[in-house]
Unconditional design. Structure first.
Lengths: 704, 153
């Protein structure tokens, strides 16, 4: 998640040139082309893999990423519309299948806008320049005498105009220019505008097709039973009873367990529940959460590998006030409202999948590997998804569906039960944090050390030899903007048999909780207001300082509050964005009410303001579920929790008012999906401390 | 297998199903009405909410037998009138994110607002608190509820 898959401008131009040069555009009618009519094949101009303009004036933007609620299906095409000079409302947005020609399609790491910011605008601008050049040559004038507006090229000399559709055939014969000039941000007409989401109407009328809603001809329904312990496998199973149940057609074993195929989801689920399976629980069949916690505790005695060192952490000053604390967080399940599922068909050596995936190219390669196919023989269609939060970056559900389709010879829709989804792993890893610090008698920070102990997702899943100092568990620990003279950051890795993966904001759901809570502890030790204590430690030109100042102002930081109420502040950065949050709470005994959050983001240029605000608001809801409730318990090697009753999430009545703000500036565009998560838990715990004097150091919060 | 005459969205359907078959799967798999979502299967999350004789109910814990004499409305039925004030407000305030729970949110609210009895804001809020959203759209749902209650819709 750390390594960006940013498509550089150079690479993009290459792609553009390949698809533009020698392309017989008129013959290029893509699959599912909504506007191709028999006897009236439109000519198509496609100077980029992301864009098609046809002779009927239909502009199609190819949306190559995954829409999971974050709004990019709406905002990515805005980038092309801006430079192309077309009416956004008239653009046709077409979901792409998995294909390397698009560059990375992995939708995670708050990267979608960041990585398309340049290539999509270049695609629009390149097409615009070519259309203008074509019109100019038709009119025999210089391109400088022409401009593009609202789908037309206009001749400045005589106001003559030609629609883009009139120009595409000739434009497609031109070489694709390089280094086209992009608009000055002050001339933006689309970027920065509140555009309504293109997918909302279908979603609210019940028409939108999520992965779980896909039906293909001849399809059956499958449910899978997996080993209750991670790393275990099937020893033997008895399907005789299940095969006689109504609607059950087949029972097959695949690499992840035993699948029941039936004529409905209900019959498949019923059959699954009746399977008698003798499981080999594997080497971790007795492991419990406490064992994993004890391993983290055992690391506390050492000091870990060094991530960062400033000044001298061993410096001693007379009258310095020292403090230390240990923070910890548990495993978390993503638990999107739509459980994992996938439709798969295997026919004549080729697999075709309809997958709610954030990582379609990975699904394609994993399915090819599992089925022994070439990637060219695997087609992955990306569907809408009912939340993802990182869970759908892993392709296990797609591989399972493909295996069931292959082994059974039937097209199937595999649907995980909620219980399978809860127990299915790839959780946010747990972590433990040892923090030590000191403040001078003048109330200035003197020392700060943070030792993080956690499993590394990269090590567990991809590179067994990865060491702590090269791992990603440092995310949110190093390069803090706080100017503390003596600072040391260290870390240790633990291993776990429990499958872990990326969770919205990844290690930024963990490290900033510890850091921003402990900075608060230092502020109180220094006898300072937590906002002012932070302010004194931040450079004057810091964007973090700026968002924090705005958050303090908007929240009315410092106002007098009655007893039992408190405000807490926290800041975080990442994904090239900056965020500050103030939480306001009321605590009566062990009853906590979260009254309000003020969340301020600086994400550089804002593409769709409404989406940015929605992400900030939603981030509070998502992060509060983790802070207040989320915890996955490992019992006998598997997961204890099985549904939303024992893994509960935030409810409507618990949701605070969220006052979301963004800073208006022209800085480079930053990510917005995750940065609003990190400060949420520490701001809340700092507010609880302000209200009660009780310091929360372990999540989920327990006030008793 | 028994046959059931079901009245869904003012249309009559004959469905073959065991008596205990959850309405959810009849709607989704037999009738192709996939707007009603599977979330938990145990009546906890509210994604599968439909109207049974005008009242919001969880279709995952109702059986074919339970609803054989009832009038059933799904989100598709409500969606036949896109001018419904709830839809307009949902679009105006851009409530939805991933959208998966939204049919359940909307059906729950629609039953409270359409009901002949006057529901208090507290009763409406209590009803809405039973429908889960993982994207955290509650803040905007509350704005939408406030707007609709105020307008007396």
């Amino acid at each position: 998640m750390k390594k960006g898959n940013k498509q550089t401008r150079r690479e993009f131009i290459k792609v553009v040139s390949v698809s533009g040069s020698g392309l017989i555009l008129a013959s290029y009618i893509p699959f599912n082309n909504a506007f191709a009519r028999i006897g009236d094949d439109p000519k198509i101009f496609s100077p980029s893999v992301f864009l098609k303009i046809d002779s009927n004036n239909v502009v199609t933007v190819i949306f190559h990423r995954s829409e999971m609620g974050q709004g990019i299906k709406t905002s990515l095409p805005m980038l092309i519309a801006e430079e192309l000079e077309v009416d956004y409302e008239k653009i046709v947005i077409q979901q792409a299948d998995a294909d390397k020609k698009y560059g990375s399609q992995s939708t995670g790491g708050s990267r979608s806008i960041r990585s398309t910011w340049e290539p999509f605008r270049v695609a629009g601008a390149t097409a615009r320049v070519m259309l203008i050049t074509t019109a100019a040559s038709k009119w025999n004038v210089l391109p400088e005498n022409c401009y593009a507006e609202n789908g037309f090229v206009i001749n400045k000399i005589n106001n003559e105009k030609l629609s883009y559709g009139d120009l595409v055939e000739d434009a497609s014969k031109l070489p694709v220019p390089e280094n086209v000039r992009l608009k000055d941000p002050k001339d933006f007409k689309v970027i920065g505008k509140r555009i309504h989401r293109v997918d909302t109407p279908d979603k609210i009328y019940g028409k939108a097709k999520f992965g779980i809603d896909i039906v293909i001809p001849g399809m059956f329904y499958a449910a899978l039973s997996r080993c209750p312990a991670f790393g275990g496998k099937v020893k033997s199973f008895d399907a005789s009873k299940v095969k006689s149940l109504p609607g059950v057609l087949d029972v097959v074993e695949i690499s992840n367990g035993v699948a029941v195929i039936a004529d409905s989801t209900y019959h498949a689920f019923n059959g699954r529940d009746e399977l008698i399976i003798d499981w080999e629980m594997g080497p971790n069949g007795k492991t419990n959460s406490e064992d994993i916690r004890n391993e983290m505790l055992s690391h506390l005695k050492s000091e870990g590998a060094e991530f960062e060192n400033r000044g001298d952490i061993n410096v001693v000053q007379e009258d310095e006030k020292q403090l230390e604390a240990v923070y910890e967080v548990p495993f978390l399940a993503h638990a999107p409202m739509e459980p994992m599922n996938c439709v798969a068909k295997f026919e004549k050596g080729k697999a075709e999948l309809w997958a709610p995936t954030q990582n379609a190219q990975n699904a394609k390669s994993e399915v090819a590997k599992a089925l022994g196919l070439s990637e060219d023989d695997v087609t992955v269609h990306i569907t809408l998804m009912g939340g993802a939060f990182g869970r759908r970056l892993v392709s296990d559900f797609a591989v399972e569906a493909a295996e069931i389709a292959k082994v059974s010879g039937k097209p199937v829709k595999l649907t995980w039960t909620r219980s399978e989804d809860m127990k299915g792993g790839y959780y946010r890893p747990p972590s433990m944090h040892s923090l030590k610090g000191s403040v001078t008698k003048e109330g200035k920070p003197l020392k700060f050390s943070h030792y993080v102990i956690a499993p590394s997702i990269t090590q567990m899943r991809f590179n067994k030899n990865l060491t702590a100092e090269k791992s990603e568990i440092n995310e949110g620990t190093v390069n803090l903007e706080y100017q503390i003279p003596n600072l040391r950051i260290t870390g240790s890795l633990i291993s776990t048999h429990v499958p872990i993966s990326w969770f919205r904001a990844v290690y930024n759901t963990q490290n900033p909780f510890a850091v921003e809570s402990f900075i608060d502890e230092m502020a109180y030790a220094a006898g300072k207001d937590p906002y002012l204590f932070r302010k004194e430690m931040l450079p004057s030109d810091s964007r973090l300082l700026n968002v924090m100042n705005v958050a303090a102002e908007k929240s009315g930081w410092g106002k007098k509050l009655p007893e039992g109420r408190g405000m807490g502040i926290a800041i975080s950065d990442g994904y090239e964005s900056f965020c500050a949050q103030v939480a306001e709470v009321t605590v009566a005994g062990n009853r906590l009410k979260i009254d309000r959050y003020t969340s301020v983001i600086d994400c550089g240029v804002v593409v769709n303001p409404d989406s940015v605000e929605a992400q900030l608001e939603g981030a509070i809801g998502f992060a509060l579920s983790a802070a207040l409730k989320g915890s996955i318990t490992i019992q006998n090697g598997g997961t204890k929790e099985s549904n939303f009753d024992d893994y509960s999430i935030l409810t409507y009545d618990e949701m605070p008012v969220v006052d979301a703000h963004y800073i208006v500036n022209d800085f480079k565009v930053g990510g917005v999906g995750e940065v609003g998560i990190a400060a949420c838990a520490p701001a809340l715990c700092n507010a609880i401390f302000a209200a009660t004097g009780k310091r929360i150091r372990r999540l989920p919060i327990d006030l008793i | 297998m028994p046959k059931y005459n079901l009245n869904v969205n003012n249309k009559k359907f004959i469905v073959e199903a065991e008596a205990e078959t959850p309405l959810l799967w009849i709607l989704r798999d037999s009738l192709g009405l996939t707007g009603t979502k599977y979330g938990c299967g145990e009546g906890i999350c509210g994604s599968c909410t439909v109207h049974i004789d005008g009242k919001a109910e969880r279709s995952c814990i109702l059986s074919a037998e339970d609803v054989k004499n009832s009038s059933i409305t799904t989100i598709e039925g409500l969606g036949e009138n896109p001018d419904h004030p709830i839809f307009k407000t949902w679009i105006d305030l851009e409530v939805s994110q991933c959208g998966y729970c939204q049919p359940g949110q909307i059906m729950t609210l629609a039953a409270m607002l359409d009901d002949k009895q006057k529901h208090s804001r507290k009763e409406i809020d209590d009803a809405m608190s039973t429908v889960l959203c993982r994207c955290g759209t509650y803040h905007r749902i509350r704005k939408a509820v406030a707007k609709l209650v105020e307008e007396g819709k």
